[in-house]
Design a protein. Structure first.
Length: 293
């Protein structure tokens, strides 16, 4: 967890994509979330986990089917499980009251206010259900009743670790399509936008917000970096919507590693389509890294 006073005193770091966008569409708000939501359908991506930590993948799938999310008016959330927590998940994360915040269909859950250091979820409304898309899974949830009052135990929060271990990096030999696509890659929180330009802008904003939250902002200070310099990121979204073959060009090899680690934690994408079929597609963007003393 990043201490805000440390950032002010030691480092002012700005992660900026070349253009920032505001995307339109139906927005899920805190008020809409308030209540208890039950998972009614789950799709888990085995590639998003470290296989050595999973003894029985079927138990992981079953585990997700028995989860309830409770959101209270005071910005607290509790993720309850009826079953024993399956590896690689952390026992003390569940049945514990955490903070939550949702902005522009991006839900962040953490151990401090407006944090996403534990879990970052793309949210999409579909009729009377919500789609929760996060790194490793896609959940459909439905409201079942009103929430009970939740209370934070800050001593417990200090001991909580992230929900998932870092995903293993995926490398595949793929042939990216050079044809014009019918539908570009998208994210679950942007797919409701019919206008392809607006959808593209929404995807850019989603990646930007994720990067700003997940990137380790203290690494520049640790590496002794200063000034303003450009970084380039390239990766491929394969036919399954997974991020593969991530490359990063930056001023320092350790900085490149942190960029790759951050991008690799993005939730699953909706792959690009050509003639109604999913295809592999490249994605790249530059961002300006600025460190001020």
């Amino acid at each position: 967890m990043i201490n805000s006073s440390t950032l002010v005193n030691r480092l002012l770091l700005f992660l900026m994509l070349t253009t920032f966008f505001i995307c339109s569409g139906q927005d899920t708000t805190n008020k809409y979330l308030i209540g208890n939501w039950k998972v009614i359908e789950s799709q888990i991506d085995i590639k998003a986990f470290d296989d050595s930590n999973i003894s029985n993948f079927h138990l992981v799938e079953s585990f997700f089917q028995n989860i309830t999310f409770s959101f209270s008016k005071n910005g607290y959330v509790k993720i309850e499980s009826e079953d024993k927590v399956a590896k690689p998940f952390i026992n003390d994360l569940f049945n514990t009251v955490l903070y939550f915040n949702i902005e522009e269909n991006v839900l962040s859950i953490g151990s401090w206010k407006k944090s996403s250091n534990i879990l970052y979820i793309q949210v999409k409304q579909e009729d009377n259900t919500l789609l929760f898309n996060f790194s490793g899974g896609l959940l459909r949830i439905k409201k079942i009743d009103e929430p009970v009052k939740l209370k934070i135990d800050k001593n417990v929060l200090n001991s909580i670790r992230p929900l998932l271990n870092n995903k293993p990096l995926l490398f595949e030999e793929v042939k990216e399509s050079e044809e014009l696509v019918d539908n570009p890659i998208s994210t679950y929180n942007c797919s409701h936008l019919i206008d392809k330009l607006l959808q593209k802008k929404c995807v850019t904003m989603t990646i930007t917000k994720f990067f700003n939250r997940k990137f380790n902002t203290e690494i520049a200070s640790d590496l002794g970096l200063s000034g303003r310099f450009m970084n380039k990121i390239r990766f491929t979204i394969n036919k399954d919507g997974n991020i593969i073959n991530i490359e990063a060009e930056s001023k320092n090899p350790e900085l490149s590693k942190e960029i790759i680690r951050t991008i690799n934690r993005l939730p699953k994408f909706i792959p690009a389509e050509k003639n109604g079929e999913p295809i592999n597609s490249k994605y790249s963007f530059p961002f300006i890294f600025q460190v001020q003393d």
